[in-house]
Ligand binder design. Structure first.
Ligand code: ADP
Ligand code: MG
Length: 250
């Protein structure tokens, strides 16, 4: 098992101390693509942020294991080093830093500190070709003036360069047009292989159309209340979460 979450409870660390995850279980094997869907406010982003040990949340009980390590109390740097990548819902822009600079330092920091600029740029260009990114991209400032789709392409490029064991994509498709969603799903397919896993948090079926999804989970009120195959996502698209909300409100 690559990721194994056991009976996880979290609360927010602000004065509200809100209980958010309430006994969540999730197991992902190497080579699998999992999808989490659920109503707004059900705890999806909290789950992603808690896996990455965001200071906004405190784990009050339960455990998170990744690739044989107990990461329940690990810090985000160590978690990233073990091989988890997380996409941001709203990627940052960095004026004054080119994409070439940013991505080169990403490689130097995370993959090989001794790599030459030449070899780093070769790595970047190789992945850019796979994603059909124009070479003018390298001299543009990092995400500055990028469309939503271009930012996501940039994020997928970072994913390809870092080549983590687990990619967590939190609503990486929201607000994107159909072409940009295709770019994201193509990127996921380029990245994905039998050794690595992907956890996609999404509201829409569009991104799932081109992916071979192994499991779909419905998260309601801090718990996964139903898991199934890709058909479950289609059912949600047709019927919404109504009946699951109802079941949960007894
Ligand atoms: N840092 C926080 N402090 C207080 N409440 C929070 C915090 N983060 C999230 N929440 C609340 O927890 C619930 C789950 O939020 P979130 O995980 O963002 O939901 P989702 O991503 O499923 O829409 C929401 O009611 C949200 O308002
Ligand atoms: Mg969210």
């Amino acid at each position: 098992m690559l990721l194994n979450i056991n009976n996880l409870y979290t609360k927010s660390t602000d004065e509200e101390q809100k209980a958010i995850l309430k006994g969540l279980n999730l197991a992902i094997n190497p080579g699998e693509i999992h999808v989490i869907m659920g109503p707004n406010g059900s705890g999806k982003s909290t789950l992603a942020n808690t896996i990455f040990h965001s200071p906004k949340y405190e784990i009050t009980s339960g455990n998170i294991y990744f690739d044989g390590n107990d990461i329940t109390n690990s810090n985000p740097t160590d978690i990233a080093k073990l091989g988890i990548f997380m996409s941001f819902q709203n990627p940052v822009t960095i004026p004054g830093i080119t994409n070439a600079n940013f991505l080169t330092s990403l490689i130097k920091t995370n993959i090989n500190k001794d790599i030459s600029i030449f070899d780093a740029q070769k790595m970047i260009k190789e992945q850019m070709n796979k994603l059909a990114i124009d070479s003018s991209f390298l001299s543009r400032e990092f995400n500055v003036g990028f469309s939503g789709g271009e930012k996501k392409k940039n994020e997928i490029l970072q994913l390809m360069l870092l080549n983590p064991k687990l990619a967590i994509l939190d609503e990486t498709d929201s607000g994107l047009d159909v072409d940009a969603i295709k770019t994201v799903s193509n990127g996921i397919n380029l990245f994905h292989n039998e050794q690595n896993s992907v956890l996609i948090i999404t509201h829409s079926n569009k991104i799932l159309e081109d992916l071979k999804v192994d499991k779909v989970h419905i998260l309601v009120d801090g718990k996964i209340i139903k898991s199934g195959d890709a058909a479950l996502a289609l059912e949600i698209e047709k019927e919404g979460y109504q009946k699951y909300n109802h079941e949960n409100n007894d």
